[in-house]
Design a protein around this ligand. Structure first.
Ligand SMILES: NC(=O)C1=CN([C@@H]2O[C@H](COP(=O)(O)OP(=O)(O)OC[C@H]3O[C@@H](n4cnc5c(N)ncnc54)[C@H](O)[C@@H]3O)[C@@H](O)[C@H]2O)C=CC1
Ligand SMILES: CC(=O)C(=O)O
Ligand SMILES: [Mg+2]
Length: 371
């Protein structure tokens, strides 16, 4: 298959869909790979590195969209990219369609077959193509919170770990999955007081065991959530219902009762955000203030550490991308985990939770791909 990788065009997005090491694997499988010139510049992978791995360098994204059988990206296609996708072409990337009806309509109109990294599953109930970026974003969320809490950035002026004789900051993590666990680990490592809220008791058990009592685990009721948020210096939003829009767990009414200069990092913003007052921001202007509480809501946090992120992402996407390149749609038909990643196919939404969040009719992928 002819596989194409355009340069990412989202604000401050420096990741790349395929690293040179991944290109070499595709070429070893007999595929041709086209890379837009400069696509790897953000991860210290110049055109020459891609040529050495067997790729061809092309001057424009337009050529890639026109010729490639499969497009491999990182972030959801931007409006100028929807217009260039077409029927018979496979798009393999993050989509986050539930809170983004414009993109959903754009992809449906294009006729493209779109496999979303974030809903591909594994045999253990996990999301293997979301997990590496959740690890990155969870860890970064604490760096973002620490920075925002500094006085020159408008924060309370509290050091996460405190110092001997002065109490540390309180970090409250809502959602104890991959993002939540990595956020808690970083916050605890810096010496903060940390609690994690989740609605899954088995998950809370795992976290309790893993942290050996260093982090408090709490079942998330309305009462517990409110009590924890109102006493927090930093709140990390890390819940997920796969494919669906995030539930709004911190309401606007809670904000005036929170500490002045507290910070809320809504990592779940790519699924619409789990705070009522969240709206997506960019790395260029990551924060805003509502009722004295700083909001950080960057939807592509891992793009800031593109080098780490691109390699971690490629390690996870490689086997699925190779299967798509080797077998095309047949790979989706025969692998239920890859099929769970199918979000759009020939103008229909093929993921149930995505369809329900968008209020668009659901087309069963098991039957629509075979058709
Ligand atoms: N902004 C960014 O750059 C990035 C955002 N993300 C996003 O972060 C979010 C979390 O991802 P993961 O940690 O990988 O998901 P995950 O599936 O590993 O964890 C989600 C956790 O939320 C819990 N949960 C669900 N509903 C809840 C509720 N009402 N109250 C409390 N807990 C609840 C689940 O039990 C689960 O433990 C996703 O929306 C993901 O797309 C991930 C990477 C980068
Ligand atoms: C998962 C996601 O939204 C990202 O890595 O940008
Ligand atoms: Mg701002």
């Amino acid at each position: 298959m002819l596989v194409g990788v355009p340069k990412e065009i989202k604000n401050n997005e420096f990741r790349v869909g395929l690293t040179p090491a991944a290109v070499r694997e595709y070429v070893a499988h007999g595929h041709q790979v086209m890379i837009e010139t400069g696509a790897g510049d953000g991860i210290d992978a110049p055109d020459a590195a891609y040529i050495a791995s067997g790729a061809t360098i092309v001057a424009t994204a337009g050529e890639i969209f026109a010729k490639a059988g499969m497009i491999v990206k990182v972030k959801e296609p931007q409006p100028s990219e929807w217009a260039q996708l077409r029927e018979g072409q496979i798009l393999f990337t993050y989509l986050h369609l539930a809170p983004d009806p414009d993109q959903a309509r754009g992809l449906m109109a294009s006729g493209v077959t779109a496999v979303a990294y974030e809903t591909v599953t594994d045999a253990h109930g996990g999301l293997p193509l979301l997990a590496p970026m959740s690890e990155v974003a969870g860890r970064l969320s604490i760096q973002a919170a620490a920075t925002a809490l500094e006085k020159p950035h408008g924060g309370r002026g509290i050091l996460l770990g405190g110092v001997p004789g002065v109490a540390p900051a309180k970090v409250v993590v809502i959602g104890g999955g991959v993002v939540g666990m990595h956020a808690a680990r970083m916050a605890a490592g810096l010496g903060a007081e940390v609690s994690i809220l989740d609605r899954s008791i088995p998950r809370l058990r795992q976290l309790d065991e893993q942290f050996g009592g260093r982090v408090r685990t709490l079942f998330s009721t309305l009462d517990t959530l409110e009590k924890e948020v109102l006493s927090a210096d930093a709140v990390i939003g890390a819940v997920l219902i796969p494919g669906a829009s995030a539930p709004k767990l911190v309401t606007r009414a809670m904000l005036p009762k929170m500490k002045r200069g507290a910070v809320m990092v809504d990592v779940a913003i790519d699924q619409g955000g789990c705070f009522e007052t969240s709206h997506a921001t960019t790395h260029a202007d990551p924060t805003y203030v509502v009722d004295g509480v700083i909001h950080y809501c960057v939807a592509n946090m891992p793009g800031a550490v593109a080098l780490t992120s691109s390699h971690a992402l490629n390690h996870a996407t490689l086997p699925f991308g190779l299967a798509l390149a080797d077998y095309g749609l047949a790979a989706v038909a025969r692998d239920p985990h890859l099929r769970n990643g199918l979000n759009v196919h020939r103008g229909r939404i093929t993921h149930r939770a995505v369809a329900e969040s968008l209020g668009i009719a659901f087309a069963d992928p098991a039957t629509s791909v075979a058709a």
